[in-house]
Ligand binder design. Sequence first.
Ligand code: ATP
Ligand code: MG
Length: 200
Amino acid sequence: MAKKVLFYNGKGGVGKTTLAVNYAIRSKSDFYTNDPDLGTADHYQDIIERTNSFYRIAPNDEELEVSDKAVFDFGGGLDPRLLNLIKHLDLCVIPIRYKSVVDITSLLKMVDLISEHNTNIAIVINDTKKKWIEGLKAQLEKAYKGKIPVFIVSESEHIAKLPSEKKTVDDLANEFVLFRHSTKSVREQFDKLFNYIMEY
Ligand SMILES: Nc1ncnc2c1ncn2[C@@H]1O[C@H](COP(=O)(O)OP(=O)(O)OP(=O)(O)O)[C@@H](O)[C@H]1O
Ligand SMILES: [Mg+2]
């Protein structure tokens, strides 16, 4: 099991926090975020704190004390502190939300930089228009010769509503039957990614 996992993209609004909080809650990990206040993570602080710790990291904080089982939800630049953390991680997950070719060039640069410090990388195509997904996945798998797995989490109104309802993806599995059915495929996508991380 990957015990120290980072969800990172230098770009905002790609789904870092959505994936990270749901994975942290499912795997009962401590949660570290550098999101500013009132981001997606805040909706989950009390849920995480039922079993684990929730840490908000400020830009000028001293060295991080990291617990054995930790999920990091980081945005911003790949500064020396973050690169140093990356060296000690089991897995780096990069969510992307594809809108234009710029997103791909920045992804390729990010992967290049991260892989100088840690080659355990996975990519998630999140919240992206259906027509782009398969072509993009094939292109990335070809570019990385299958060495970097590419997961998909579809654009879903059910996922978008989770923070305001303070629900996790796993809560969706316990809804009444008709609703449960309408969330089945996106729940399976989360399971595929999360099982990969847990079995890593
Ligand atoms: N698969 C999805 N389908 C629909 N909405 C989604 C999906 N993933 C994330 N979202 C929504 O997109 C928004 C951005 O997601 P999130 O906060 O997880 O991104 P982030 O990368 O952490 O952003 P930030 O850089 O602001 O911290 C949120 O409102 C979230 O609910
Ligand atoms: Mg965030």
